[in-house]
Design a protein around this ligand. Structure first.
Ligand SMILES: C[S@@+](CC[C@H](N)C(=O)[O-])C[C@H]1O[C@@H](n2cnc3c(N)ncnc32)[C@H](O)[C@@H]1O
Length: 246
């Protein structure tokens, strides 16, 4: 229960913004074709299927796809979910060109071998006017986090490294700034509509406080919402959520 509450603080804003964008695209049609690249165990895909959308999850992990299948079955939406084992580079062949009203890419562009090629692949899978929901790790947050943890030299490295990494053992291959990711999206032919900061405070506030204090999770969610579009605080968020169209 506590875990679920903390998770929902982290994902609620993304899910809400996505729902609004999909409603704009759907124009009354309840079932859109959605591709979730690196959709993993279906944290976003399964709720979208519950809302009536047809979702194809492309992910290289067989374990994640097995969990996705179980989750879809538990929710009674197996007929609306298709799990396909594969990599971002193979996306057009696996999902089909111009086959999707929306593509989700949440927490994946940071880890693929070739992010420029992955963005081009997502653009090719989208129909004209289709929506891209992109969630990427932001450099500034890791600079702050390393400094607050006392790793000051690593904070400086992350600040200056072209990929926003804090050192050779940083498990994250790359992080983005708002300017760098919006420029890459423009190069791939996308028009950016909204940029929100996600997890501005959720990763900084001690979990003991959020779990123990009555009403704290709700207050945190409200604070996150207020900060998500504030230019200074958005720049400190752990992730950036971008909605763009092709
Ligand atoms: C951080 S998880 C995010 C899962 C899901 N998108 C979410 O937001 O809950 C990253 C996912 O990307 C997948 N992944 C890793 N490399 C990939 C690649 N080259 N192409 C597509 N997906 C990849 C992983 O298997 C994993 O499921």
């Amino acid at each position: 229960m506590v875990d679920r509450r903390r998770r929902s603080v982290r994902t609620a804003l993304v899910a809400e913004a996505l729902r609004v964008a999909l409603a704009g695209r759907a124009q009354g049609d309840p079932g859109l074709d959605i591709v979730d690249l690196g959709g993993g165990t279906g944290g976003f895909a399964v709720p979208l299927a519950v809302e009536g959308h047809r979702v194809t999850v492309v992910d290289p992990s067989p374990d994640a796809l097995a969990s996705l299948e179980r989750r879809a079955s538990d929710e009674g939406v197996s007929a609306l979910i298709r799990g396909v084992q594969g990599d971002a580079a193979e996306l057009p062949g696996l999902a089909g060109e111009s086959s999707a009203d929306a593509v989700l890419c949440h927490g994946v562009l940071e880890v693929v071998d070739d992010p420029v090629q992955a963005l081009q692949a997502m653009a090719s899978v989208l129909r004209e006017g289709g929506v891209l929901s992109l969630l990427v790790a932001q450099r500034n947050a890791v600079v702050l986090a390393r400094a607050l943890a006392g790793h000051l030299a690593e904070a400086r490295v992350a600040l200056q490294d072209p990929d926003g990494r804090w050192g050779a053992t940083d498990p994250m291959p790359r992080r983005y700034d708002e300017a760098s990711i919006t420029a890459q999206l423009a190069d791939a032919g996308f028009t950016v509509h909204t940029v929100h900061g996600v997890r501005t405070f959720a990763d900084l506030v001690p979990s003991a406080f959020v779990d123990a204090e009555p009403g704290a999770a709700e207050s945190l969610a409200e604070l996150e919402r207020a900060a998500s579009q504030h230019p200074a605080f958005r720049a400190l968020a752990t992730q950036l959520h971008i909605l763009a169209t092709r």
